[in-house]
Design a protein around this ligand. Structure first.
Ligand code: AMP
Length: 291
């Protein structure tokens, strides 16, 4: 258990061979390994995953890899923030023992062509519909990482709720001994969901973006007060559509595990999920609004 302990040194691993050997070494000593995959530009949301992994497992390995195959927008990929030195400091600060920082060739070889993935509605709607090919790339990299690392448990944020459901499906099908742990979404003090992309928001856009969490909390309260969830959702959608700073992709109400639609009497948990571009920056948020 390394929770609360600041690491005094950290291993930086660049190749699949090195990361496999590092994990095998831990396993040969009877230690469990928790794995936190990231795309870097780490913030307190990532830190919470590293801490959760440290509470659960003996050693924590963090990967930092901006995965080209999950971007369907070249400008989003080329503008993705990169802060490797600060990332290493944050991982050490939260007790991580090693960081896997491979290059694209190490993970993909000569071609970044990836297979199509069909997990039903999970790979058809919402993020999948708005970012064609996105989950093909996510599954390709997460599957490669799971094969390379072979951890005991892997930690993902509920911030990317649909990604978490996709990864759980991948693990059930292809990595049955691996435990996937979902961790709560972490917000900034003003309510905005923490995201590596937030640094790209102008002051004006960041201000405007607060309407996303405000909308989710409004939906939760309105439903708790007896409002019809679908009417509440319609009203909130109209409100976002009217805002000139917000380019809404979707606002919906779905089951947190399988993304099936809400119907009266069906047991939850149900989440309001929202994605919008604010000042050109794509932001995601969600909140459990029905128990
Ligand atoms: P990313 O680096 O954006 O690919 O995210 C790496 C992991 O951190 C994913 O499992 C995300 O869901 C998680 N994550 C990102 N932001 C947050 C947040 N605000 N709260 C909790 N987890 C997060």
């Amino acid at each position: 258990m390394n929770q609360g302990k600041r690491a005094i040194s950290i291993r930086i691993l660049k190749t699949i061979k090195d990361v496999s050997e590092w994990v095998e070494e831990a396993h040969s000593q009877g230690l469990t390994v928790g794995f936190v995959p990231t795309m870097g530009a780490l913030h307190s949301g990532h830190a919470s995953l590293i801490s959760a992994a440290g509470e659960d497992c003996d050693r924590v390995l963090v990967s930092v890899f901006v995965n080209p195959t999950q971007f369907n927008d070249a400008a989003d990929f080329s503008g993705y923030p990169s802060t490797p030195d600060a990332d290493l400091a944050l991982v050490m600060e939260h007790g991580g023992a090693a960081v896997f920082m491979p290059d694209v060739q190490e993970m993909y070889g000569q071609t970044t062509q990836v297979n199509r993935v069909d997990y039903g509605r999970l790979t058809a709607g919402w993020e999948a519909a708005d970012r064609p090919g996105h989950f093909d790339g996510v599954v390709a990299i997460v599957d490669r990482l799971f094969h390379a690392v072979r951890p005991d448990a892997a930690f993902f944020g509920e911030k990317d709720l649909q990604q978490l459901a996709v990864v759980k499906t991948l693990a059930r099908r292809s990595h049955p001994n691996l435990r996937i742990v979902g961790c709560p979404l972490i917000r900034d003090v003003d309510g905005l969901a923490l995201s590596s992309r937030n640094v790209r928001l102008s002051i004006e856009a960041r201000d405007a973006a607060l309407i996303l969490p405000q909308t989710l909390f409004f939906i939760r309260e309105a439903i708790a007060a007896g409002g019809d969830p679908l009417l509440v959702l319609d009203e909130s959608r109209r409100n976002l559509d009217e805002n000139p700073m917000i380019e809404l992709a979707y606002l919906d109400l779905v089951h947190g595990e399988d993304f099936s639609a809400w119907t009266p009497g069906k047991s939850g948990p149900f989440y309001a999920i929202v994605t919008a571009k604010v000042g050109g920056v794509r932001l995601l948020d969600n909140l459990q609004v029905v128990p």
